[in-house]
Design a binder for this molecule. Sequence first.
Ligand SMILES: Cc1cc2nc3c(=O)[nH]c(=O)nc-3n(C[C@H](O)[C@H](O)[C@H](O)COP(=O)(O)OP(=O)(O)OC[C@H]3O[C@@H](n4cnc5c(N)ncnc54)[C@H](O)[C@@H]3O)c2cc1C
Length: 409
Amino acid sequence: MTHGPDSDILIAGGGLSGLPLALACAQGGLSVTVVDALDPATATDAKFDGRVSAIALASCRMLEQLGVTQHLEGQMQPINDIMVTDGRVREGASPFFLHFDHREIGNEPLGNLIENRHIRIALQKAVAAEPLIRLLAPQSVTRLDYGAQAVATLGNGETVSARLCFAADGRNSPAREAAGIKTIGWDYGQTGIVSTVEHELPHEGVAQEYFLPGGPFAILPMVGNRSSLVWTEKTEDAKAILALDDAAFADEMRARFGDYLGACAPVGPRWSYPLTLQLARDYIRPRLALIGDAAHGIHPIAGQGLNLGLRDVAAAAEVVVDAARLGLDIGALDVLERYQRWRRFDNVALSLLMDGLNRLFSNDIGPVRLARDLGLGVVSRIGPARRFFMRHAGGVVGDLPRLLRGEAV
Ligand SMILES: Cc1cc2nc3c(=O)[nH]c(=O)nc-3n(C[C@H](O)[C@H](O)[C@H](O)COP(=O)(O)OP(=O)(O)OC[C@H]3O[C@@H](n4cnc5c(N)ncnc54)[C@H](O)[C@@H]3O)c2cc1C
């Protein structure tokens, strides 16, 4: 006797991409099992992930539609403006800058900055309230077999079957590796230092991207008089900075941060992330599809990595929910090809744009510095160009899946 699958969908990895995908598929009437290796309490611990994510306007609309935003009250810092400048440590900014003001394209902010920890807490609450989702955590997927169903073997020896498996298991994606899907990419030789800064004056929702020779120094406004730093340095320099005592670290930080927000000081732990580019050559196999960092790990220069993952979520959910409504096999390659066509080009194009920006700005070569400063000044003075970049930053352009338009899947 043959058994039907345990769920319609299995998601290996319940991180920032995996849990929204579970919610989106469940909203479309599909049953979902999510397996995540981390204990949910560890994943939301203040020491686990100090990052803050810039969530673009379209991604925010999707989180609202999925019932996540209601659990984020008081945790979302609107991004009103973005300032982009070039400079050198202890020398201040160049006179050329680029200013994006959200009022130029509408009343809504360009997005929101939310602490990853709070996004995870909100996702966990939304998932707990959804009867079609079963979350198994902490539990690992140790093996995947594909045939008439996708069958995951878990660390405790149990098996879970589904019509389709999504790999949302991050950059090193064991599911991608096991399926033999190759990646292309390179190491930037840079490390992102993440730290929170408290300051005297309010930031007014202005995000700063300050390009220094070692790499971009991003100041991301948080709720209250706090900002999150994503401070990129060549890996050797980052190691030395991370090894400094608190007073010397604060001094190095202030040499870059400046005094535009009055007195300031780093608070809490420091985190560090090695920066690489990693793009999967294919996103699909029969009964398997990659989403999020499993498909594309990119440079955080413009805070787009998770936004790409959330766009994958919206497209993947729409594809499988539409197929299920038509009575099609949701794990069949021809169904999944629609997802791959929808997302792969966009992801590669944006990843390479981020790569190019990082190369253009992470150096101190005189003629290059002059050209990019002039470029910043020119774009800043041309209204249509400014608005084009802002709409892209908000993720509201292109062939948007229903969820990113704020509609039900
Ligand atoms: C410094 C820095 C700043 C960033 N800032 C931004 C930003 O402002 N905006 C933005 O959009 N993006 C940003 N990003 C990118 C963003 O953080 C990532 O794109 C995002 O976290 C990827 O989420 P994910 O769920 O795809 O992968 P992950 O977060 O890596 O999650 C993978 C999950 O899979 C689980 N897992 C792995 N293996 C298994 C297994 N065998 N079995 C079960 N579970 C498994 C893990 O436990 C984990 O929970 C930033 C990245 C960095 C490094």
